[in-house]
Design a protein around this ligand. Structure first.
Ligand code: PGA
Length: 243
């Protein structure tokens, strides 16, 4: 197993530039690349850079196919706080070629099963970009998610709900459930890029990279994959022993 690559850059801006460069390398190698895309504060600088490069005509993302890696449910499609709303704000140019589960579906089990089938039919992820939650989640695979977990409906951890309170307007407005690709679906990707920034992520990043492989820290399952790059800013990488 190849060891995971760890790249540490100075700050948020450098992280955004480097993440965008890695995504465009993947697109340069395969213009119709299938990408897994996260939401959150961490990828927004990278998405701004992607957007600018496409708008300037520096890079061509016309044939890329994107898939959200998770979504809230029990809330109207593209309503405030949803991942659909996030992508409309941050990656508008990709919307015609971005698949995401319908947060308003009355049949979430069926919705996420169809979504996972669509991803398989597209050939799976060439590159799956991830953030990491302060509790170690990847997508909505909260602590307790096993190595073999697949796309499914999940209860959201309170910590995750709190992290979205501002986006939804209040903690009460944050849905209690979501749909997510599973750990095993993410590990089916040909390559994985994990982004983390800020001191609040330093402890969980060190555990995920250097700690035991355990469902308590779902991101630790990434240690089992042959092509993972962790892209960190200095603050998020501060507690790693081997750097
Ligand atoms: P954040 O979220 O980028 O907003 O910190 C990361 C995550 O929960 O995956």
């Amino acid at each position: 197993m190849a060891p995971m690559r760890i790249e540490i850059v100075a700050d948020e801006r450098a992280l955004g530039l480097r993440a965008a460069a890695i995504v465009f390398e993947a697109i340069a190698q395969k213009p119709n690349a299938v990408l897994g895309l996260p939401t959150g504060d961490t990828p927004t600088a990278a998405y701004a850079e992607l957007r600018q490069r496409v708008e300037r005509g520096d890079s061509d993302a016309r044939n890329v196919q994107g898939f959200a890696i998770d979504e809230f449910i029990d809330v109207a499609f593209a309503g405030r706080g949803t991942n659909a709303a996030f992508f409309a704000a941050h990656l508008h140019f990709l919307l015609p070629r971005l698949s995401l589960p319908d947060s308003g579906t009355p049949l979430p089990e069926r919705e996420i099963a169809l979504f996972a089938n669509e991803l398989r039919a597209a050939g799976g992820f060439d590159l799956c970009v991830l953030g990491i939650g302060a509790n170690g989640h990847i997508a909505f695979n909260e602590p307790g998610s096993g190595l073999d977990s697949r796309a499914r409906v999940v209860e959201l951890a309170e910590e995750s709900r709190r992290a979205h309170a501002v986006a939804f307007g209040s903690l009460d407005a944050v849905p209690r459930r979501g749909v997510t690709l599973g750990v095993a679906d993410i590990l089916d990707s040909r390559a994985i890029l994990v982004l983390a920034q800020g001191a609040a992520k330093a402890a969980i990043v060190a555990l995920a990279i250097e700690g035991p492989q355990t469902a308590d820290v779902p991101a630790s399952w990434l240690q089992t994959h042959a092509d993972v790059t962790w892209l960190l800013d200095e603050a998020a990488g501060a507690l790693l022993h081997r750097r």
